[in-house]
Design a binder for this molecule. Sequence first.
Ligand code: ADP
Ligand code: MG
Length: 274
Amino acid sequence: MDKSLSVAELNSIFDAFRHFESSSARLQEKYMALKREVAMLREELRKKEEEIRRSEKMVALGETAAALAHEVRNPLGSIKLFVSLLKEELSGASEPLELVCEIEKGIDSLDRVVSNILGFAKDDASKKAPVLVNSIIKEIIGQFGEELKKRKIRIDFMPDGERMILANPESIRQVFRNLIQNSIQAIKEDGLISISTKFLCEPVSKVEIFLEDTGGGIPSHLLGRIFEPFVSGRKEGTGLGLAIVKKIIHQHGGEIEAVNSAKGAIFRVAFPCE
Ligand SMILES: Nc1ncnc2c1ncn2[C@@H]1O[C@H](COP(=O)(O)OP(=O)(O)O)[C@@H](O)[C@H]1O
Ligand SMILES: [Mg+2]
């Protein structure tokens, strides 16, 4: 029997091979694409797990810090009282009095740390009332008056038309106090802080506040972490200021972000409007 194949049979075998080759190339491509996708998803999952671990650690750290702050607050109150009595006793004796004043400064600084930690642990977004944003910013700027004069820092406030938000007024004061305080600390001396407000109706009604300073900007290695508790670029900082700010803003359904400009930092805050 003749087993040789005809030209037509050979052609169809070659066709089948070509078809098989191109299908297998396409399959290989699909396989590689899927492999890339799996690698990307795996990386995403790893990042999310890391985020969860970090936030769990932060919660535990926050709770420990709050418990510690509670323990410190009472003896600190007594020390404060005794130091003020000692100060009275020492009136007239200038050298020992100077030493006591130094102790008092140390106590005040500890007191601020403790209040910050307790403030961070507190949840008071439920005590909401109508708040006029521009008026509150003006009030806080006024409170920094002396310090601004001393450090030759100017604040330019450019408010849009006044609007109301539903918020805890004391918390909103704290947000702007902390942000302005940070700008002043970054500038140190001789500079400008520009604050402006803007109202947006679309797609949702909200008020945006921009704080821009000439303090040289947020150190680049901290830029992604400044809203985490206990992250500070200052020797005497607690790293709680912006963590409190972010927490308050989120409790009020708002947003905050920070970027650097050529001259300093820019913070954008947004609150939903009534
Ligand atoms: N306006 C700003 N300009 C430059 N750096 C800033 C500014 N605001 C915050 N930062 C940086 O972010 C860090 C964290 O700020 P914050 O949470 O208020 O803590 P603290 O002031 O106690 O350090 C600061 O130490 C500083 O390095
Ligand atoms: Mg601060």
